[in-house]
Design a protein around this ligand. Structure first.
Ligand SMILES: [Zn+2]
Length: 98
């Protein structure tokens, strides 16, 4: 019975509408994480700053736990707040005097 294989190749459940964003995020994470100091982290949290993982531009007016906001620079829904970036492993702390 080879008919079953033909059907499974075009399974509609495999086409997820928001897959692009997740792929974008995974690609960005494997490429390079944002490196910030604890000082920068405090500043970003207080000033509602975040980053776009697609074009790596800074974004403002972003809650620390925001995710999937539209980027002003590239238009993709890949802006994350600073806490969310850290939780996802997209950002990491570096020491200022390194
Ligand atoms: Zn962007």
């Amino acid at each position: 019975m080879s008919d079953a294989n033909h059907y499974s190749q075009c399974d509609p459940e495999r086409v997820a509408p928001h897959k692009d964003v997740e792929v974008e995020v995974e690609t960005a994470a494997s490429r390079r994480v944002f490196q910030i100091t604890e000082e920068e982290y405090e500043e970003l949290r207080e000033s509602y700053g975040g980053y776009c993982v697609a074009c790596r531009d800074e974004a403002y007016g972003v809650e620390p736990d925001a995710r999937g906001y539209a980027c002003d620079s590239c238009g993709k829904p890949t802006v994350f707040g600073i806490e969310e970036l850290l939780m996802r492993g997209l950002a990491e702390f570096v020491s200022d005097s390194a």
